[in-house]
Design a protein around this ligand. Structure first.
Ligand SMILES: NC(=O)c1ccc[n+]([C@@H]2O[C@H](COP(=O)([O-])OP(=O)(O)OC[C@H]3O[C@@H](n4cnc5c(N)ncnc54)[C@H](O)[C@@H]3O)[C@@H](O)[C@H]2O)c1
Ligand SMILES: O=P(O)(O)OC[C@H](O)CO
Length: 337
């Protein structure tokens, strides 16, 4: 059994910590948020995020970083994307050479356009940093609903090491060397899900949702392959798999925020209402900047950015998307003359 620490105790960190503890691992959960630590200690339950899911007695909750980071086989980064860099800076000096870290958050840093793994590698250069992603809502993982994810690592041995720790009869873990593909799929799908939610909020139908998912994965694939990701990953769990779950699930924070925006809420009010982190809002501008940098067309991302940041009405966004210049579905196919 392995010694695993979680940095970040929101829905996802808590759900994974509960799952690992139930499978016999020695689990410590750390949070920067004092109120969260106290609530978890007092109630042995994350009352705000995962009500009804009891923390096994074996899980140690702490606000002491030294306790969380001494002699651990694996450190899981489960803070929301805007806090990955600050937490990484804070913990770096306590992380030993070769420490295995796996990031389970999804996002792109707006100011640097760095992926979250890039940030961890930059701030904690002595660590061996991997990623875990895929269609996996915390609410379902916490109650052992069958779920599949993929771990991306530069080293096959590390990927297998992390796979061994997380895999159980209800949580199947695949491995892959395509780290950038996994990270981009997980980050960009959140932006597309905002659009899918907005369409639902406006009362659009199944055709619209299918269109957004299909053209959304086309955008993710264009950006991903331009940045060195493999096409196969875009058709995998961290690509189309996560896009489907985020665009369709009642649990999706991104879909729910988009839904409220479609209903006429301001972005601010929608975020307040959803309460938990809506990563698509934090990553949208960064994804658009990446599209410009790599000169790929991402009309859904561009249009949702106008809705989020420039006051465009969601209903007008649909018209704009549908009436763009006529084009081929996949221009690279061409015709044999
Ligand atoms: N919730 C899910 O179902 C799920 C599933 C897969 C991946 N993810 C990803 O995991 C990440 C976390 O999501 P979540 O749902 O657990 O979010 P959340 O809103 O439930 O929790 C975010 C956590 O970040 C930490 N945090 C908040 N403010 C902080 C600060 N100032 N400094 C340091 N840490 C701070 C806290 O522990 C907080 O609980 C996101 O990137 C999300 O996309 C979530
Ligand atoms: O609830 P969402 O939209 O933030 O998505 C959470 C996870 O990324 C789903 O895999």
């Amino acid at each position: 059994m392995s010694k695993v620490s979680f940095l970040g105790a929101g829905s996802w960190g808590t759900a994974l910590a509960v799952m690992l503890a139930k499978h016999g691992h020695d689990v410590i959960v750390w949070s920067k948020v004092e109120a969260e630590v106290n609530m978890l200690k007092e109630n042995r339950e994350h009352k705000d995020r995962l009500p009804g899911v009891k923390l096994p007695d074996s899980i140690v909750i702490t606000s002491n970083l030294k306790e969380a980071l001494t002699d651990r086989d694996l450190v899981v980064f489960s803070v929301a994307s805007p806090f990955v860099r600050s937490v990484a800076k804070e913990v770096s000096a306590l992380i030993p050479e070769g420490q295995k870290i796996v990031n389970v958050a999804k996002g792109i840093e707006e100011t640097t356009l760095s992926t979250l793994r890039d940030i961890l590698v930059e701030e904690i250069p002595q660590a061996d940093v991997s990623v875990l992603s895929g269609p996996s809502h915390a609410e379902e993982v916490a109650i052992a609903m069958p779920t599949t994810v993929v771990v991306g690592s530069a080293s096959k041995a590390t990927a297998i090491y992390i796979q061994e720790i997380f895999m159980n009869e209800r949580f199947r873990v695949y491995i892959s060397p395509d780290i950038i593909g996994i990270e981009l799929g997980g980050s960009v799908k959140n932006v597309i899900a905002l659009a899918a939610g907005a369409c639902d909020g406006l009362g659009c139908g199944d055709n619209t949702k299918a269109a957004l998912i299909t053209r959304g994965i086309a955008e993710i694939t264009r950006l991903g392959t331009a940045m060195g990701a493999k096409k196969e990953t875009m058709g995998g769990l961290s690509g189309i798999g996560d896009l489907i779950v985020t665009c369709t699930s009642e649990h999706s924070r991104n879909h729910n925020a988009g839904y409220l925006i479609g209903k006429g809420y301001s972005v601010e009010d929608a975020l307040t209402e959803v309460k938990q982190v809506v990563e698509g809002v934090y990553s949208a501008k960064a994804v658009l900047k990446l599209a410009q940098k790599y000169q790929v067309s991402m009309p859904i991302v561009e249009t949702i950015c106008h809705v989020l940041f420039d006051g465009m009405k969601a209903v007008d966004a649909i018209t704009i998307l549908l009436t763009r210049d006529k084009c081929m579905e996949y221009p690279e196919l061409g015709w044999l003359e």
